[in-house]
Every structure is written in C-alpha cells, then in structure tokens.
Design a protein around this ligand. Structure first.
Ligand code: 5RP
Length: 220
C-alpha cells in the first residue's frame, strides 16, 4: 500500500465516527483532505462543519458542505484531523501545515478527537518532526532566545510562511520531548507564543492508523 492509499483508508474509516445531525470539526492537511472528500458522500447527514484553516473551508465549500464560524455553534461532536507524529499515548505533534492554533481550538471544543494518519506517523518518542510554534511576528527573536535557553533545540523561522492568523511559525529541531504535557505548557508560557504544536494536554482520543495490513484502531 502506498502512503496515499493508507491516508485514503483512514479517511474512509473515520466516517464511522461522524455523528449524524451534528457539527463536525475538520482539520487541515493531505490526510484531512482525503477525509473531506469522503465526508462529501454523507454531506446531507450532518448539520455542517467548523474548520481549522481557510484551505479546509475552501475544500469543504467546494463540495457544498456548510462551514460555520466556531462562535455560531453550540457544540462540535467530533474533530477529525491528521498529525505529523503520534506516540503510543496519543500525544501528537501537529502544525506541519501551519494550522496548529485553529486546530488546537477546534480539538479542545470537540467532544471527541479522532486522529487519522498513516503508519509513518507513529513514533516511540515525539520530536523527530520539528515542533511548530506560532508566534506574534514582533516577538519572534525574543521567543527564539527563550526557547533556546529554557527548552533547548534549534528554533528557526519557517520561510515565506504566514499563518491564517497573520503570525509566524518557528520550527524547533533537535528536541527531546520526554514529557510532552509539561513541554506544551512551558512553551505556551513564553510571552509572544500563540500556541505550539504539541497536542498532549488535549491529545487524540482515538488514532486510526493506516498500515499495509489495514486500519488499526489505537486507543489508550
Ligand atoms: C496541519 C497539520 C496536519 O494535520 C499535519 O501536518 C499532517 O499533515 P498530512 O496529513 O498532510 O501529513 O497539523 O497543520
């Protein structure tokens, strides 16, 4: 199976978690795009969606699926999104596509978070993928210094990239993430950080992992 076939398979498997007649949270990225295309087959069964990026809104609307502002909805039954890495406890690194802040907001509001990913994303310890941090542009040098002094790793501004919120992304390479929950909180305590791509204090509830032997359901 190719990586895309695995992404397609997990996107199809995620349809089982879609709660009819409710609002569905939809994430960002190539795996989420497979899910959006799958969701189109049951668009009349849901009330609509709340999204984590402008790109996702555009793709959903292209399928004729209603996109609500988060402030217009009472609840989100389930959030379905990909990840850059997951460990066995379903702590995640997200933000490879730069949509981490809106992704984290939708994830915390949703009753359930279903992560969809191919098997290359499952790791023993998070951190091989550079950890994205969204920062207010005027604070980027300050935040870089604070990260180097307090947390370690090698933060670098993502080139030619501005988030949907008008901010920059720092990608931190060479991090040893032994305690994802603590590091998530520590990074967010630096003034100028909007949020970081560790999804540990609100990790996934279920990981649908695409493997060459089919879709594995991982829970903790
Ligand atoms: C975007 C994300 C994505 O979920 C993550 O980058 C995975 O993307 P893909 O499904 O393309 O591998 O966090 O900000």
């Amino acid at each position: 199976m190719t990586q895309d076939e695995m992404k397609f398979a997990v996107a199809q498997a995620a349809l089982k978690y879609v709660v009819k007649n409710t609002i569905i949270g939809v994430g960002t990225g190539s795996t989420a795009n497979f899910f959006i295309d799958a969701l189109a087959t049951m668009k009349n069964d849901i009330k609509g969606t709340v999204v984590s990026s402008k790109a996702t809104a555009q793709r959903l609307e292209g399928h004729g699926i209603k996109v609500f502002d988060l402030n217009e909805v009472e609840a989100i039954s389930v959030y379905i999104d990909g990840a850059d890495e997951s460990d066995g406890d379903l702590n995640l690194i997200k933000g490879g596509g730069g949509a981490l802040t809106r992704e984290k907001i939708v994830a915390v509001v949703a009753d359930q978070f279903i992560c969809i990913a191919d098997e290359s994303k499952l790791v023993a310890m998070l951190g091989s993928f550079p950890l994205p941090v969204e920062v207010i542009p005027m604070a980027s040098n300050y935040v870089k210094h604070q990260i180097t002094q307090r947390i370690g790793g090698a933060p670098k501004v993502r080139e030619n990239f501005i988030t949907d919120n008008g901010n920059l992304i720092l990608d931190i390479k060479d991090l040893k993430i032994t305690n994802p929950k603590a590091m998530e909180v520590e990074l967010n305590s630096i003034t100028g950080v909007v949020t970081n791509g560790l999804f540990a204090n609100r990790g996934a509830d279920v990981l649908l992992l695409g493997t060459s032997n089919g879709v594995k359901v991982v829970t903790i």
